[in-house]
Ligand binder design. Structure first.
Ligand code: FMN
Length: 165
């Protein structure tokens, strides 16, 4: 049976939504670990597949995700690994943010990695966050959206890779 852990951090709920969608789509035993909420990370050694997801703010993934990846780099490099980010940019800019979000050893090792798009939640953002994100969206002419089909594709790839092994 497949045994997957999805480790994530979400500032205003988008990454959590995507993690839960992956949880729904994946087969076998799947656990969720929200690094913003949990103090105890489960024993990574007991999982064959690990998915790590975070969001981009000012060009960078959250510190808690960066720290998790650095602290567990060797262990993660031994797993079937999937990496995802949520962000407003798409195309080349999103791809660049994805590449710099995780240590190179992990991006090279991952069986799948992708960006799933982003959301802006006016009710959850503070005044400055609203101003800054509005400015990014306007100046870059961004379409704010989540790519459901990318999440589905991600789940398919990680599952089909599991079936090969
Ligand atoms: C203050 C702020 C800065 C952001 N900076 C970036 C950025 O540099 N690049 C980008 O693509 N998206 C950026 N975003 C968009 C977030 O990545 C997006 O809203 C995402 O859905 C947040 O997910 P979360 O709520 O689960 O953390 C920013 C959002 C905020 C609020």
């Amino acid at each position: 049976m497949y045994n997957t852990l999805i480790v994530f951090a979400s500032n205003h709920g988008t990454v959590e939504r995507c993690a839960r969608e992956l949880f729904r789509l994946l087969k076998g035993k799947v656990d969720l670990c929200n690094l913003n909420r949990r103090e105890l990370i489960p024993d990574l050694g007991t999982y064959d597949t690990i998915i790590v997801g975070g969001s981009i703010h000012y060009g960078k993934i959250q510190d808690v995700i960066a720290g998790f990846c650095t602290n567990n780099q060797q262990l993660l490099a031994d797993k079937r690994l999937g990496l995802f980010i949520n962000c407003l940019y798409s195309g080349v800019k999103a791809q660049r943010q994805l590449e710099s979000a995780f240590p190179e050893i992990l991006t090279r090792h991952a069986v799948v990695q992708d960006y799933f798009g982003g959301e802006l939640n006016d009710k959850k953002m503070n005044f400055w966050e609203r101003i800054i994100t509005r400015q990014i969206v306007r100046s870059e002419e961004l379409e704010v959206m989540l790519y459901k089909e990318k999440i589905e594709r991600f789940a398919e790839i990680i599952t089909s890779h599991e079936e090969e092994n």
